[in-house]
Design a protein around this ligand. Sequence first.
Ligand code: GLP
Length: 237
Amino acid sequence: MKYVVLNKDDIAKDIADRIVSLIKTKEKPVLGLATGSTPLPLYEELIKRYKEGEVSFKNVKTFNLDEYIGLDELNDQSYRYFMNHNLFSHIDIDLNNTYVPNGLIKDEDPLYYDKMIKEAGGIDIQVLGIGTDGHIAFNEPGASFDSLTHIEALKESTIKDNSRFFASIDDVPRYAITMGLKSIMNAREIVLIATGKAKAKVISELKKGIISNDLPASILNKHNNVTIYVDEEANSL
Ligand code: GLP
């Protein structure tokens, strides 16, 4: 696992460089995307490069990590809404090539999502954030390292962290559909971004290199192409 310490803007530029170079060299590039406030500077940078004519997303497919159960795309707290508003509507991507797990899933097996990723050729670059409890996507502490896409009950700490985006904590969904840790590990390259003081503790835990279910992100130690991008604050402990 490689650690890179940069400021927020340079993290966004560095990862955008990787993504643009993938798009320019691969016929059918597949991106794995994340929500949360952390990847926003990256999405702004990608929009900028599209507007400057440096890159087109016409041939790109994207798979998002997760979605709240019960929220549809018109709900402004859904991750589909987040992606449409913060990235997809500003670039020339075909919305039919953008996938977010179905938060309104009923009888379908969540594994349908891994099958779709496989059919698309697998994820070339997976972007990740990290929760303060070490979750990636919505794989909470205790999650199985062998998991594929599934429905997960959110921990109180995650509900509390994410309540800042909702009118009240009671409005935060208690369940999410999320790519599993194995689904994430199947990506050919992984970049995890952690910025700000709130992530310092979890990053100091991750740096110990101990692989444990208590810290879901620690599974990344087993992947051969992972870069952890941290800013000074996240790297401060
Ligand atoms: C949510 C998402 C994660 C994200 C995390 C951190 O729980 N499911 O994918 O990494 O939030 O969010 P933020 O970047 O806002 O700190």
